[in-house]
Every structure is written in C-alpha cells, then in structure tokens.
Design a protein around this ligand. Structure first.
Ligand code: SF4
Length: 77
C-alpha cells in the first residue's frame, strides 16, 4: 500500500504568461523574469513539460481550470 499522490503538470509551451497560477499557488509557480512565463518550482523537466509530485492532500484542483493557456493538468497516481 502506498498513499495516493497527485502530479501537477505544466506544458510551458502552452503558457501565455497570464500568471494566474502564480497568484493561486505561489508555492508551486513563479514568474520567470526572462521569459515572462510561469515556471514550476522544484519541478522535473522533460523538454517543455514540467511536473511535480504532490501529497494527495495538496489543494491544487483549481489550477487546470484556472490556467488561461490550458497548460496545466493533473494526474492522480
Ligand atoms: S496559469 Fe497557465 S497560462 Fe497562465 S501563467 Fe500559469 S501556466 Fe501560464
């Protein structure tokens, strides 16, 4: 048995820099001053895809719907 986890995923190639994610979850996203886009903090990067495992209790459900570019998705494992 293992505790279920959530994975939050950002495809930065779809990010339009609205920074809604930074406003909602500044512990997960920061504005990259060079690109003007949001960058996931402490994330694993594979090309333009950034991901981070979160505890199941993390309250991040609002993020995919709030992302103006459709860049953020979530998986439960
Ligand atoms: S909410 Fe989505 S489009 Fe807006 S900055 Fe964050 S990742 Fe980019």
């Amino acid at each position: 048995m293992h505790a279920s986890m959530k994975k939050i995923i950002q495809d930065q190639s779809k990010c339009i820099g609205c920074l809604a994610c930074v406003g909602l979850h500044p512990e997960l996203f920061a504005a990259d001053e060079t690109t003007g886009l949001a960058k996931m903090i402490d994330a694993k990067a594979e090309g333009s895809i950034y991901s981070r495992e979160l505890d199941d209790s993390a309250d991040v459900e609002v993020l995919p719907g709030a992302c103006c570019g459709g860049a953020i998705s979530m998986e439960t494992t």
